[in-house]
Structure formats: structure tokens, C-alpha cells
Write a protein that binds this ligand. Structure first.
Ligand code: GDP
Ligand code: ZN
Length: 464
């Protein structure tokens, strides 16, 4: 554990602007003394003493400037004594009236009494360093604050609860135990005898640890999609109803819908929340060879956006089926995961009767009527399922940092598996087991360096 300086820090904990109340938060060894110098209890004339504040109870009083003697505001103050506080240090909160000028002046008084203005995320960083939470939980605090969808909020609170941390800690302990057994075998082969036999070791790695890591990585990919969103591109030959589908998904008239082929000449991009999954949705110009130079540029852009897509919606017209143009487009789209959307199902008696060419490999097919919106909810659900963000088991989703560490741990264990197969000596393999243990430790923050902490906590807001 890294020991960092423990001076006293202070920050405004409420958002900028005017509000009902504004809170100045102080943490560190001097925080109670600073409060006492500024606080005057109702009905008393001199400054307060520590005994005036029962821990975790609000106390009514006045904040006075100790230099001019001027009364600044009537406030509620609360002291949370170490170690039972968010940061594990003495914490003070002053709840004042929420005027931006007033609250900045209060912070000024606190700083004049010796507190240092806090860096972004510094309170949470202290909570982590004091062992009040592991690093995944600290990241949960940030996710919770940054959440803009309900799914993101759920993900943040699951992280904050420490569910991912416990899962990773269990796995790390098992690997650590394995490393210890291997080391004993290497150092004292005659004493330990058959502590670890190669077959057992192989089975542990292949049947327990690798699948656990693969599942964490898989969930991590869903977590990254939920945090960062995906690019969904609508493609199709002219007039199949791409713009109409875009409007259905967005529930408003953004794309120009006409019956003149080639109306959408440029890309139309919109963001959309699909069961909590942030999506950038792009409507492309119908891809076909065109004489019109403006339309040709649109077609080029459409091709480029397909290359960048996470998933393509290939739209067909139920009346026209998989015609020549659509078959040519399918070849361009097929390098990317794609879903076939058969639109205008109202035009044919049973759209299901027309089947797709056998060479097509879409992830799914959904028949819709963009004119009435029929089938669009099914499409939404299919897309959420494909992104892996709809099932409740996904509540605890690792983020990019965790996922990269899991991948490194997995690669290390794959080396162990291969080495065991090739009959390598254990002292070589134990290096890889140690690597895996270390990677899992970085996820929890057990082996962390100040640079990593700087990177994580600098994304926080000040006052958290
Ligand atoms: P795009 O060129 O692929 O973007 O196609 P549009 O969305 O502009 O639609 C082309 C034409 O098809 C318009 O006249 C739409 O009104 C019509 N259209 C779109 N969806 C449907 C549908 O589900 N049923 C029917 N009958 N017509 C549709
Ligand atoms: Zn269009």
C-alpha cells in the first residue's frame, strides 16, 4: 500500500451554480480544528470546541470570519470522526445556503485556516488508500456520478457494492495459492513430494481459471459497449425505407423520407439510448452507382461508415426481396456483424415466406413495417440482446481497464497451459502464474502505482 501525504483537503461538494444548499467538505487531521475556529454555536459567543459536535449529528450555528468577525451564514455542520467516515479520516461537512458566491467564500475561509483545495477525486482516492474500498469500488463511485442511463447507473452501483472486487479477489487468491504451491515444489522438491501434480495443475488452469477469465473478458466487452456505446449503421439500396427505420428508432422525423430514390445524400447521425446502450445511429445514402456527383460522395461516405460500424442493419424491401443490388451490398456489409431488416412487410401477405439467399450469414432477421412501427420493438430487443446488455447477470460489468488486465492474465495462463503441455519446467511457468496474479492485483488496486491512481482519479469531479 502506498502511503501518501495526509494534509487536510477541502472542496465544494455540490455542483456549481445556485441551489437550495451548498456543501463544503473537509477531510484530514485538521478538519475539526478548522471547523471549530470558524463555527459559532447558536447562543454561544466564542468559537466552538470539538465537544460541541457529536459525530454524525447535525449542529446548527453560524460561520464567522475569524479575522473580521463578520457573520457569513447560518449553517448546519456535521463531523464524521475517523475512521468511520468516507475517507477514513476526520471529515467535516458545512451545509450552507447554496449561493455560488457564498459557498466560494466559505471555501476561502476554510482554506485560509490551513486546508488545501482538493484535487479531482481526492476524497475517493483517500478512501481507497485508507482501505475503505478497492479500486473497482472507487471506479463505481465515478460511474455512478457519470451515469446518464439507468443501465449505466446500475453498473456503477454494482461496482460500488464490491461485487466485481470480490469475484476478482477470489480468483486472485486461488492463483496465489497455486503460485505458492509451485514455488514450494521448486524450492523443496523432496519435502513437498506430490503437492502439485502436473495433471491436477493442468486441470485447474484449464477448467477453472481460464474459463473464469474468459467470462470476465466477455462481460468486460459488454461493459465497454455500455459505457462507450456502439456504432450502428443503416444500409440498403435506395427506397427500401432506411430513413423511415431511422425515424422509427428515434421516434421522430429527422431523416428526410421521400419516394424519390437517392434522397438521403449524406450521412445522418443521431445518438439513441437502446435499453441503456448508447448508440450512434447512422442513416446512409442508398448505395448504388450514381451519375450525380453529390450523391456519389454520399455513397463513398456510406461505404466508409460501414467499415467503421460495430453492426450494420441491412434493410430490404419485402416487395423486392434480395434483389441484385441488395446481394451486391450484402457482400460489402458481410465483413461486419449484420442484422437483416425486412421492411414494408405490409406490402406482402406473408413476408416470412421469402427467404434470404443461403450464403447470407446475418446474426438475425427481423421483419418490420416502418410505416406503422410494427416489429420495431422486436428489433430494439434483438439489438440489445446482441450487444449483451439486456440480461440482469450483466449488472456487474468490468470496464476497459479491468478488461485489459483480465486479457493479460488470460494470456499468462494460456502460456502456462501451453508450457505444461510442452513439458516446461515449473520455475518457468510460475513466472506466468505470478504475472496473472499481478494483473488481477492491479484491478483491485493491490499493486498500484501513483500514475495509475492519477489517471483514474483525475477523471473524477472535484469534491468527490
Ligand atoms: P430510403 O431511401 O431507404 O431511406 O427509404 P425511405 O425511408 O425514404 O422510404 C422510401 C419510401 O418507402 C417512402 O415513400 C416511404 O413512405 C416508403 N416506406 C417506408 N417504409 C414503409 C413501409 O413499412 N411500408 C410501406 N408500404 N412503405 C414504406
Ligand atoms: Zn433515406
Amino acid at each position: 500500500m502506498i502511503v501518501e501525504h495526509t494534509d487536510t483537503i477541502a472542496a465544494i461538494a455540490t455542483p456549481p451554480g445556485a441551489g437550495g444548499i451548498g456543501i463544503v467538505r473537509i477531510s484530514g487531521p485538521e478538519s475539526i480544528a478548522i471547523l471549530c475556529r470558524l463555527f459559532r454555536k447558536k447562543g454561544m459567543c466564542g468559537p466552538a470546541g470539538p465537544a460541541d459536535f457529536a459525530s454524525r449529528r447535525l449542529t446548527l450555528g453560524l460561520i464567522c470570519d475569524p479575522v473580521s468577525g463578520e457573520e457569513m451564514d447560518e449553517v448546519l455542520a456535521v463531523v464524521m470522526s475517523a475512521p468511520a467516515s468516507f475517507t477514513g479520516e476526520d471529515v467535516v461537512e458545512i451545509h450552507a445556503h447554496g449561493g455560488p458566491y457564498l459557498i466560494r467564500s466559505l471555501l476561502g475561509l476554510v482554506v485560509a485556516q490551513g486546508a488545501r483545495p482538493a484535487d479531482p477525486g481526492e476524497f475517493t482516492r483517500r478512501a481507497f488508500l485508507a482501505g475503505r474500498m478497492d479500486l473497482t469500488q472507487a471506479e463505481g463511485v465515478m460511474d455512478l456520478i457519470a451515469a446518464r442511463t439507468n443501465a449505466a447507473r446500475r453498473m456503477g452501483s454494482a461496482l460500488l457494492c464490491g461485487e466485481l472486487g470480490s469475484e476478482v479477489r477470489r480468483l486472485r487468491e486461488n492463483l496465489l495459492d497455486l503460485a505458492t504451491r509451485m514455488a514450494a515444489e521448486i524450492d523443496f522438491p523432496e519435502d513437498v513430494g506430490e503437492l502439485v501434480d502436473t495433471t491436477v495443475l493442468f486441470r485447474e488452469v484449464v477448467e477453472d481459471y481460464l474459463p473464469s477469465l474468459e467470462s470476465l473478458i466477455h462481460r468486460g466487452e459488454a461493459g465497454i459497449r455500455l459505457r462507450e456505446g456502439i456504432r450502428l449503421v443503416i444500409a440498403g439500396v435506395p427506397n427500401v425505407g432506411k430513413s423511415s427505420l431511422m425515424n422509427c428508432l428515434l421516434d421522430r422525423e429527422r431523416s428526410i423520407v421521400t419516394d424519390i430514390p437517392g434522397t438521403t445524400r449524406d450521412l445522418v447521425e443521431e445518438s439513441l439510448n437502446l435499453s441503456g446502450l448508447p448508440v450512434i445511429l447512422t442513416d446512409t445514402a442508398g448505395i448504388r452507382d450514381s451519375e450525380d456527383p453529390v450523391e456519389s460522395i454520399g455513397v463513398e461516405r456510406a461505404r466508409a461508415s460501414i467499415l467503421n460500424a460495430d453492426r450494420v442493419l441491412l434493410v430490404l424491401d419485402a416487395g423486392r426481396g434480395a434483389d441484385e443490388g441488395s446481394c451486391a451490398l450484402e457482400k460489402e456489409v458481410a465483413s461486419c456483424p449484420y442484422v437483416v431488416v425486412v421492411n414494408k412487410k405490409d406490402l406482402v401477405e406473408d413476408s416470412r415466406r421469402f427467404s434470404l439467399p443461403p450464403s447470407w450469414q446475418p446474426e438475425a432477421r427481423v421483419d418490420i413495417c416502418a410505416r406503422t412501427g410494427e416489429g420495431v420493438d422486436t428489433l430494439r430487443k434483438v439489438l440489445a440482446d446482441l450487444a449483451g446488455v439486456s440480461s440482469p447477470e450483466h449488472a456487474v460489468l468490468p470496464n476497459l481497464r479491468h478488461t485489459r488486465a483480465f486479457e493479460k492474465a488470460r494470456d499468462a495462463l494460456v502460456r502456462v497451459r501451453e508450457g505444461l503441455g510442452a513439458g516446461y519446467f515449473w520455475d518457468l511457468l510460475s513466472v506466468d502464474v505470478d504475472d496473472a496474479v499481478r494483473e488481477l492485483g492491479t484491478v483491485l488496486g493491490e499493486v498500484s502505482d501513483p500514475d495509475l491512481l492519477d489517471r483514474i482519479f483525475s477523471d473524477f469531479c472535484i469534491g468527490k
